[in-house]
Design a protein around this ligand. Sequence first.
Ligand SMILES: CC(C)(COP(=O)(O)OP(=O)(O)OC[C@H]1O[C@@H](n2cnc3c(N)ncnc32)[C@H](O)[C@@H]1OP(=O)(O)O)[C@@H](O)C(=O)NCCC(=O)NCCS
Length: 185
Amino acid sequence: MNTRIETERFTLREFIQTDENGLFELDSNPAVHKYLGNKPVKKLEEVQEYILNLKNQYAENGIGRWAVIEKVSGDFVGWSGIKLITEPMNNHNNFYEIGYRLIEKYWGKGIATETTVALIDYAFENLKTEKVYAICNVENEGSKNVLLKSGFKIIEKFEHCEIEHFWFELHKDKWNNRIEAEKNE
Ligand SMILES: CC(C)(COP(=O)(O)OP(=O)(O)OC[C@H]1O[C@@H](n2cnc3c(N)ncnc32)[C@H](O)[C@@H]1OP(=O)(O)O)[C@@H](O)C(=O)NCCC(=O)NCCS
């Protein structure tokens, strides 16, 4: 299918093997992994394997984590995407989860919010789902703020990988109301 999603400043596209160096810069940084279990990658092979895994997800589900490319520079900034979660999590199964991860030098520029809003739109327009979900470590203030700013609501806390996480949801009707309200502003 080769999905492409355009935002004002970025293109989200499927990962290709040549993204491996950018992905290694991202995932070998301990600061990036602070709220992700503190296991940054050590070898290029690990990210190569991750890209192969993503390609399987694109083929099976048409979606997955997509590379975020800055339009003006063509630079790899990180990833943002929608994953179909098929293992049970917090009593949910087979749901769409929105996530993102950016190279440290790109933090604090509104990038995660810009791509998340585009992904929510994509999910409701193209995946015919009524709800999208997200999770983050309760201490991850940055991620929490991205999700709240994008329209998600915290529903509850739950334990994931022995760490307390927030469970976020966003209903399609709430999203459509927000879009309508913005149009009328
Ligand atoms: C979390 C992360 C994606 C945030 O991306 P970002 O592009 O810097 O976020 P944005 O610029 O869109 O910020 C959205 C809001 O959150 C706030 N925010 C961002 N980082 C923050 C932080 N570390 N602490 C507190 N607030 C923060 C911003 O100020 C902004 O609010 P404002 O518009 O009122 O100023 C980025 O820091 C990252 O990739 N971290 C490592 C990986 C990770 O934790 N991924 C999420 C896993 S759940």
